[in-house]
Design a binder for this molecule. Structure first.
Ligand code: SAH
Ligand code: SF4
Ligand code: F3S
Length: 453
């Protein structure tokens, strides 16, 4: 590279990453931010002022993609001269270099397996002024998780497995994130130990299917529950969570780990997706409703205070009103404490594209509203039952109003209460006395006996 060429370009000084999608993307953003800071860049307070602007995107539903496309379309080149604009994440994998045709002002596209190439790609953009894309399908073995720049001081995400091999017929993730590849246990333990030493109180193990951990590497002899036993032993480990888990890999050993390991929280994301066996089969969820209920019953028997979360899709191709009613019935019977509810969105490249998206949009929206209302009703009833009790709460941060503190119980219930900022990062006893919408309002108590929930 000639010196004269280098001089033409202003070295970027600030960056901004806008994150869409799930916890995997949030963590990838932290890793990208860490890499950029390592090369001397600092975070820009706004998108408009940034020298490097990255959209870390999601493709899970049409709406997720439309949000980013709309934003990129509105930006044009004009907003700031010399800003380097890039798209990373799942939409980069789904659309690859076709994004350049749609958005000529875009400088780079980097897929989910090329995060470590970020610096080199930015250099190439700066020096060649060309549009650069890197969207490899192979897994990125040398990804440096330790470089992640964490914004939170109390809670951190730790990646334990990337990709997904389950191939649910509606889902783009196996195509945007590749096959399941577990991270070596030593590397995970090392990162968790460092985080605990730095004062982190709650670590969430993340992956598309965390409980498939280790199945791709039988020679390690370390399945998900084995990893949990290792992590629980780390001195000073207060709370471990995991997100998300596939029902098929929720084993008795995992349930026993939740019962027996002091740091492992009693909340399990147990996404059923639909309540009808015909639809579950068509979705390729590889369990029946009956098998799912058996697992839930066993888990509740072993861990009576466990709370459950779910994901559900309504309006899957050919879903009838009766089949939708079966999903409502599952909700009434299980009573999830958290539910992520979606209308089916047809995704290019998935097996479900073979079928006509035949549930009309109005019907999908109507089913979505009915299931949202039911979940609201269930949550409100269950919230009332918790009033008057005292729980162990991890104080996470100040509430948005800047006056109250905010924290969560082991079972992932959110509470706000009065208290000094110095309590952030500590475990406290909080008496739940009322609630506003989905948040409990509590009162800090001096140390005494707890209901652990
Ligand atoms: N690996 C996780 C979830 C990943 S995606 C699991 O299997 O549970 C998060 C959720 O988005 C899914 O659980 C599903 O409910 C929803 N989802 C995925 N693809 C979708 C689609 N095409 N339309 C609507 N919702 C979808
Ligand atoms: Fe998608 Fe299914 Fe994999 Fe979850 S398990 S990421 S829904 S393919
Ligand atoms: Fe979205 Fe990719 Fe996550 S599609 S939900 S960002 S794995």
């Amino acid at each position: 590279m000639l010196d004269s060429q280098i001089l033409i370009f202003m070295e970027p000084k600030t960056y901004f990453v806008r994150t869409y999608g799930c916890q995997m993307n949030e963590l990838d953003t932290e890793i990208m931010a860490g890499q950029l800071e390592k090369r001397g860049l600092t975070a820009s307070p706004t998108e408009e002022e940034a020298d490097i602007l990255i959209f870390n995107t999601c493709s899970i539903r049409d709406l997720a993609e439309r949000k980013v496309m709309g934003k990129l379309g509105r930006m044009g080149r004009g907003q700031k001269k010399n800003t380097v604009i890039g798209v990373t994440g799942c939409m980069a994998m789904a659309k690859k270099d076709s994004l350049f045709r749609k958005f000529p002002h875009l400088d780079f596209v980097i897929g989910t397996n090329n995060i470590t190439d970020l610096g080199a790609v930015i250099d190439e953009v700066l020096y060649t002024k060309k549009q650069i894309f890197k969207t490899d399908d192979r897994f990125e073995e040398n990804l440096d998780y330790l470089v992640a720049k964490r914004n939170d001081k109390v809670k951190a995400h730790v990646s334990i497995i990337r990709g997904c091999d389950k191939y649910c017929t509606y889902c783009v993730v196996p195509y945007t994130r590749g096959e399941e590849v577990s991270r070596p246990p030593e590397s995970i333990v090392e990162e968790c130990r460092r985080l605990v030493d730095q004062g982190y109180k709650e670590l969430t193990l993340v992956g598309q299917n965390v409980n498939s951990y280790g199945k791709d590497k039988p020679e390690w002899n370390c399945l998900f529950h084995d990893l949990l036993y290792q992590l629980d032993k780390i001195p000073g480990m207060e709370r471990i969570r995991f997100m998300t888990s596939h029902p098929i890999d929720i084993t008795v050993q995992l349930m026993e780990a939740i019962r027996d390991l002091p740091s492992l929280c009693e909340f399990v994301h147990f996404p059923i997706q639909a309540g009808s066996n015909r639809i579950l089969k068509k979705m390729h969820r590889i369990y029946t409703k009956e098998q799912y209920f058996e697992k839930v019953a066993l888990l509740r028997q072993l861990v009576p205070n466990v709370t459950l979360g779910t994901d559900i899709i309504v309006g899957f191709p050919t879903e009838t009103e009766e089949e939708f009613q079966e999903t409502l019935e599952v909700m009434r019977q299980i009573r999830y404490s958290v539910a992520f509810l979606y209308a089916y969105s047809q995704r290019k490249g998935t097996p479900a594209m073979r079928w006509k998206d035949d549930v009309p949009d109005e019907v999908k929206q109507d089913r979505l509203q009915r299931i949202l209302d039911l979940q609201d009703e269930i949550e409100s009833e269950d919230r009332l039952a918790l009033l008057g009790k005292t729980f162990e709460v991890l104080v996470e941060r100040q509430n948005k109003d800047g006056k109250l503190l905010r924290g969560s119980t082991r079972c992932w219930r959110k509470v706000i209460f009065e208290g000094s900022e110095s309590l952030i990062g500590t475990l406290q006893q909080v008496h739940f006395h009322s609630c506003a919408h989905q948040t409990f309002i509590g009162e800090l108590l001096p140390a005494k006996k707890l209901n652990v929930i």
